[in-house]
Design a protein around this ligand. Sequence first.
Ligand code: ADP
Ligand code: MG
Length: 277
Amino acid sequence: ATPTAVMVGTGVGASQGVLIKGGQALESAHKVNCIIFDKTGTLTIGKPVVVKTTLLKSMVLQDFYELIAATEMNSEHPLAKAIVEYAKKIREDEEDPVWPEARAFESITGYGVKATIKNREIIIGNKSLILDQNIAIPVDGELMLAETEAMAQTGILVSIDREVTGILAISDPLKPNAREVISILKSMKVRNIMVTGDNWGTANSIAKEVGIETVIAEAKPEEKAEKVKELQATGFTVAMVGTDIAIEAADIVLMRSSLEDVITAIDLSRKTFSRIR
Ligand code: ADP
Ligand code: MG
């Protein structure tokens, strides 16, 4: 490859939001045959909303949401924001409610949150978190979770004083063009993989909707980078879309969130490379 051609290729790439890293990067770029997509915010819109609440104990909905909003307002997670947003919406009395004070707030990355609100122990998160705390999940709760996951929504469990009191269904729909982008990539002979910290049931439902066959779910942040290295070791040239944690490991990283950039990036590098040769 001549230096000029390489510069042209990477320059155009950068102006289109495509970051091509490293000395061998352009050569790697045209060889990309595997792409790992983050689920949240990359394949999905990334603005989750609460779409259903199932109470398993008798409780006033506003009181239930007051306890969980008071907990989740201490978390930066997109799911937390969705929950607080919904709690505000169902309180018609005030514009900006003041939530009760949270004591002993704790965020358990990849699982959920805990706090004490009005002397009640609140635990909010996925099934693993609840089971890790030795709290039993009742059968009607299990059924609701399965139904939620089958609908490609994330089910969040709420435990109050060690009893599963409610289940929230949270939806984060696919980007309108996600299915088409994946379909075009398949025609370009690229292997597509979806990675997420979300549970297997929801992840598989989303993957099916978008047309991706390979899923890595319940992945902790460091596992995302490990997966990239594993694929590279088996001979794949791997591009990452949307996972900041795995940027170091990947051959190519896309900076902008627009999904069709992925096609541009591969197209660009394939064209640039054939021009050089
Ligand atoms: P991702 O970034 O792929 O969505 P995360 O590792 O951030 O995955 O989260 C994994 C799972 O942990 C979420 O799907 C959710 O079930 C649970 N979780 C994480 N943070 C929270 C929170 N603040 N409230 C409730 N559940 C949470
Ligand atoms: Mg996350």
